[in-house]
Design a protein around this ligand. Sequence first.
Ligand code: CA
Length: 236
Amino acid sequence: MSEKILVVEDEPALQETIAYNLKKQGYEVEIVGDGHAALEAARKLTPDLLLLDIMLPGLDGFEITRILRRGMNIPIIMLTARDDEIDRVVGLEMGADDYLTKPFSMRELMARVKAQLRRSRLHKEELQEHIKEASPQEALIFNNLIINTTRHEVTLNKEVLILKPKEYELLLFFAEHRGQMLSRELILERVWGWDYVGDSRTVDVHIRWLRKKIEADPSKPERLITVRGGGYRFEG
Ligand code: CA
């Protein structure tokens, strides 16, 4: 299967040139021209690589990187136009894996793309090894989110999340009941216990905290879903 590359660039001529050259190398290419479409496409297509222009309509490349980095591990090559943009890419550790300054040659771009994809393949293989090492009883695996029940440790994209004890228990309770609607009352009873003096808002607050840690975009949760009038459902 050929690797999928999402190109986020608002300049039609450059879009075309980049797409043409990538396709010629055998990559599958998707192009979007603004920031919001970029986020949507990145989530929907789960591409193998993102080529990301910085100055874009909607959200800029920095904002997109910041949001995507919370939940996705996709390699990002930024396309910068100005020196001060490079400073930000390099200096602020925005989470981009590489950058190219416009104007760049297609040959250079192809080399960088190839290098990033190679790196990312190695990383995925390592991740597979990591998953294999944890036996099924020890780990609950939800794509890039792994709950190690022996070590009471949760990792997202291989990075350990700092969870409060109740956040961990809550997440584990959800993980063990994936796909089921769980009411606030049930959650309160099972995670906090019968004798807990408090109300169901405690659950909402903890859900909010948990979403900040495990969701790519906490304002549009895809893992911990609110069920209207009911409670919450964990999608995995
Ligand atoms: Ca632009």
